[in-house]
Design a protein around this ligand. Structure first.
Ligand SMILES: [Zn+2]
Ligand SMILES: [Zn+2]
Length: 301
């Protein structure tokens, strides 16, 4: 008989992370987005880069993946355009391409808001470090969550003001109703910063005297200060761009009520409801929110 320790165990194969997934955005005046669109599409095709790039007269918003060296080349090509020279990127290594096709489009807005926002007079940034300092000092500034209700359900900054919105497009109307004081400092935040850059700048336009936007959003803040003032988890639309963060869930499974912060869409295509479902219940219900949905005719593959 061999003891357990004497049995030969092959080394586990290390994952080869040859790919990268990156995201980027910038609000910047782009005169001829159609011209840039053709250029970027050509770069992506030549470099085997997949993902989604949105362009508009107000800027660029993209999430793409490809071989590491090709992503580096693409970044350099982008930065050759003077308007994009100071772009910053959120990056994560990957084993393979995260995206399965390439979509390059010109849209009226790179994030749908429905109201004209002029970025000539942007709301200034506040760093996670500065925000943490202010919260330590019990600042009387208003923390404003610019995200949707279902995201806020998973977690938010302690004492933040939230709006009852299902989409970002509802933000302007909800702000009108919220009647926040115009002379108090407001710090707005969202997941990665792209929404609150628009929201905060819009608030300035609406006459709010002192408005800031959290640089890098919740993701950057949680990386620097995990479990400090941000309670619960951060909802993300795209897992492939977000390193997993160790946080204490504040929510429970909608089915068995055990502590969980896993949010999924119901796999009944007619329902598609976002709900919290722990791993055990995911197996039991095959990712459905109710027995009726389990019996429905059309399901996600
Ligand atoms: Zn459960
Ligand atoms: Zn359902």
């Amino acid at each position: 008989m061999y003891k357990e320790s004497q049995i030969y165990k092959p080394f586990e194969l290390a994952k080869v992370m040859d790919y990268k997934t990156i995201s980027l955005y910038k609000y910047v005046s782009l005169d001829e987005p159609e011209v840039l669109k053709e250029k970027l599409r050509n770069y992506c095709e030549a470099l085997d880069i997949l993902g989604r790039i949105l362009l508009g007269k107000e800027g660029i918003n993209a999430a793409i993946s490809g071989k590491k060296e090709n992503i580096e080349k693409f970044k350099q090509l982008l930065k050759k355009d003077k308007r994009l020279a100071d772009l910053t990127f959120r990056e994560l290594e990957a084993e393979k391409n995260t995206y399965h096709k390439l979509v390059v489009r010109v849209r009226k807005e790179i994030v749908v808001f429905g109201k004209e926002v002029s970025f000539k007079n942007k709301a200034p940034y506040i760093t996670p470090k500065k925000l943490k300092m202010l919260l330590d000092k019990k600042t009387d500034a208003i923390l404003l969550d610019a995200r949707n209700s279902y995201e806020i359900k998973l977690g938010k900054f302690k004492n933040a003001i939230t709006l009852p919105i299902e989409t970002f497009r509802e933000f302007p109307e909800a702000i009108k109703k919220a009647k926040l004081p115009k002379n108090k400092p407001i710090i707005s935040y969202c997941t990665g910063g792209i929404r609150c850059e628009k929201a905060a700048t819009y608030l300035k336009q609406q006459g709010f005297k002192e408005v800031y936007q959290l640089k890098g959003g919740i993701i950057q803040y949680m990386n620097e200060f995990p479990n400090t003032y941000f309670e619960g988890n951060c909802f993300v639309f795209d897992d492939s761009l977000t390193p997993s963060l160790k946080v204490k869930p504040i929510t429970t499974c909608d089915i068995c009520h055990a502590t969980s912060d896993v949010m999924i869409n119901c796999h009944n295509l007619e329902c598609d409801k976002l709900f919290i479902c722990c791993p055990t219940c995911q197996t039991k219900t095959k990712k459905h929110c109710s027995p009726a949905c389990e019996k429905a005719p059309r399901h996600r593959p």
